[in-house]
Ligand binder design. Structure first.
Ligand SMILES: *[C@@H]1O[C@H](CO)[C@@H](O)[C@H](O)[C@H]1NC(C)=O
Length: 649
């Protein structure tokens, strides 16, 4: 990754550097540029923020806040001259990474036993309380050595394979007492490529609580005694406690090559179950959709044939017994609303803006997932996923503008100025506003998860300087295009709409339509939530790709079906209906996030819950816009096709 120090660059300049360097880093293929070390070379250990996680004792995640490694209450040893930030990508900063240098001295293939990191640290009661609380909440330390996360070793009981999970425990609760892990056993796997050329291919840290460990050296000699492993380190919440941080290093030769060093971290839990449930839902959904759409295509064909035959027969044949029968049939069905179905909906401006933004999100999601499937966005390239998402979203402002103005033109809209302004601003401003508000809470908790103000400025700058002009340009191009001709003429006077019954009423139809797309992908949703809230790595992009495809197909098919039924009962207000019904899967996503909260999370603070709710709402809203757009365009095509095949003079 190219070095990029966002904190230091003036925001006005930053976006240029950012755009170019991010493009470069997006195409950086991890695993191609390994670092070779000679024996005795310093291997840098960098430290990232502390994150809440689950533990064997406690399967709930209890917090959403991450903390800076050098938060004063932790009393971790800083390197000489103070910690330096390590440059990161924008996406990595947004998603909470705060990587800094550390005082640990690791030398390639030089074993160490019990070294002190620095002088003894004194914990005041206040800090002890803070620390103990973090131990109760299962906080994890996140180190990086040669770009590889230090992990803990686990055994998957189902497949009996060993894998590494990034992060290791800050402490441990045993017999209701929080024990601080003040000693780290670092095991580094190295791989010899040539004579005196070694590469780091795996890192395990097994932390330990050593109550009586003391430094025995002086000056530059940092030896310690690591005495008596039976006595744990407890932090006294009433008086001062002295803590010595110590570590041991063992280098172990390994057959793992550099190219495959991430494999152990990217362990798939139960790949069979994962595949099984995904294919299961895919098959059921596809079967349902296939069945119903065959029926629909047949019915439609028959409808169209009958309508067109009736037209040919003309009025003179109406006396025949057969056509009277047909004439009666013609009194119902979707043909009746042909003079109204292309009438512009109410609030057409808002709908156009939403659909434009949805198209922008859709393009971003599609391209990001495609990039990820091809392997550009491997988790070893920290933050690349988020960075690429932001970059693509920005660039696709053009698509957003174009789509919204094309749609608005077809609605015969007249408030063009508003369209040009609202398309690039309404949805992003809402999202950014909520994000900013939530960020204030994180910031108030002194959590490192708060996005720095300078990064916020950079985001606003990128949005303003790249996204907005592109969107306006897109809107302009769309505005200049000729208006898409509707296949049938719209009548002067709107038809009466008979009252709807049963599942065709707006709310029940939304709930019905929303449940299928959600049902098709909720397995994947679980893994995504896990990676968001339990700091797990997400990398199953193949699954994600499939799920995305399923989401698109299901949303489109179910919404089209619903709109067909709605048109059959002579309700021609299909535009908002299609958007809202298809978007209704967002309701289920939100409900699912509440369920996830109940099952997997237990926040011990009010702000934790508030943040979780806020972010869930934000995600659900974006989901609504995106999936609503899918349904809208599916119905758009559908309505144009079926009314286009009618012969009406
Ligand atoms: C370091 O320790 C490991 C494990 O005990 C051992 O296999 C290895 O030979 C040691 N390396 C050196 C250079 O002593």
């Amino acid at each position: 990754m190219l070095p990029l120090q966002l904190e230091r660059l003036p925001a006005s300049l930053a976006f240029f550097v950012l755009a170019s360097s991010q493009l470069a880093s997006a195409f950086y293929l991890p695993g191609i540029t390994p670092t070779n070390y000679k024996i005795g070379d310093l291997v840098q250990l960098t430290v990232n923020h502390l994150t809440p996680s689950q533990s064997a004792r406690d399967t709930h995640v209890r917090s959403v806040f991450s903390f800076d490694y050098y938060h004063h209450a932790f009393h971790f040893c800083p390197p000489e001259g103070g910690p330096q930030p390590v440059s990161e990508s924008l996406g990595s900063i947004l998603f909470g990474d705060r990587i800094q240098t550390s005082p640990f001295q690791l030398h390639m293939n030089v074993n160490e036993t019990c070294k002190a990191v620095c002088d003894e640290q004194l914990f005041e009661p206040r800090d002890a309380k803070f620390m103990n609380r973090r131990i109760w909440q299962n906080y994890n330390l996140n180190w990086l050595i040669d770009g590889l996360p230090a992990g803990q070793r686990y055994l998957d009981p189902n497949t009996n394979t060993e894998f590494y999970q990034p992060g290791f425990a800050l402490g441990e609760v045993k017999s209701e007492q929080p024990r601080l892990n003040n000693h780290y056993n670092i095991y580094i796997d190295y791989h010899q490529v040539r004579k005196d050329q070694y590469r780091v291919v795996g890192i395990i840290v097994e932390p330990e609580s050593l109550g009586e460990s003391k430094r025995i050296g002086e000056g530059d000699d940092f030896t310690a005694d690591c005495g008596n492993p039976g006595v744990p380190k407890l932090l006294d919440e009433r008086s001062q406690t002295a803590v010595t941080w110590t570590y041991s290093v063992q280098w172990r030769p390994s057959a793992t090559s550099f190219a495959t060093r991430w494999d152990k971290y990217l362990h798939v839990y139960d790949p069979k179950i994962h595949w099984f449930s995904l294919i299961n839902s895919a098959v059921i959904v596809m079967f349902l959709i296939g069945m119903v759409s065959t029926i629909m295509v047949r019915t439609l064909r028959k409808d169209i044939k009958r309508y067109n035959r009736l037209d040919q027969l003309g009025l003179d044949d109406l006396n025949g017994p057969e056509s009277v029968e047909d004439g009666v049939v013609e009194d119902s069905g979707w043909k009746l609303v042909h003079g109204d179905v292309f009438r512009s909906p109410k609030h057409s401006l808002a709908l156009s803006v939403l659909v434009g933004n949805g198209a922008q999100l859709f393009a971003m999601a599609g391209f990001t997932i495609a990039f990820a499937v091809v392997g550009f966005l491997s988790p070893s390239n920290r933050g690349s996923l988020a960075t690429v998402m932001i970059l693509l979203y920005t660039v696709f402002g053009f698509i957003g503008g174009y789509v919204s103005s094309r749609v608005y033109k077809s609605f015969k809209g007249t408030k063009w100025k508003q369209l040009f302004v609202y398309t690039p601003s309404a949805v992003p401003a809402l999202v950014f506003g909520i994000f900013f508000l939530l960020n204030l809470f994180v910031w108030a908790r002194q959590s490192s998860g708060a996005v720095p103000f300078s990064t916020m400025l950079v985001i606003v700058a990128i949005w303003f300087v790249i996204s907005v002009p592109l969107s306006v340009a897109g809107s302009w191009v769309g505005f200049k295009q000729p208006q898409a001709e509707a296949p049938v003429r719209t009548n002067q006077i709107p038809r009466q709409i008979p009252p709807a019954h049963g599942y065709l009423r707006p709310i029940p139809s939304m709930l019905l339509v929303g449940v299928l797309p959600f049902g098709a992908i909720f397995v994947e949703l679980y893994f995504i939530m896990n990676s968001l809230w339990s700091s797990r790595i997400y990398y199953m992009f193949g699954f994600l790709f499939l799920s995305f495809g399923l989401l698109v197909v299901t949303s489109a098919a179910v919404t089209v079906m619903m709109i067909y039924f709605v048109l059959c009962v002579e309700n021609y207000h299909w535009q908002w209906r299609a958007f809202a019904s298809s978007g209704a899967s967002a309701l289920y996503v939100f409900a699912y996030s509440l369920l996830y909260w109940a099952r997997m999370l237990k926040f011990s603070s009010f702000t934790g819950g508030l943040l979780y709710l806020g972010y869930s709402l934000l995600i659900s809203f974006l989901w609504f816009v995106l999936s609503g757009t899918i349904g809208f365009f599916a119905c758009w095509v559908f309505v144009h096709r079926i009314y286009g095949s009618l012969k009406i003079d």
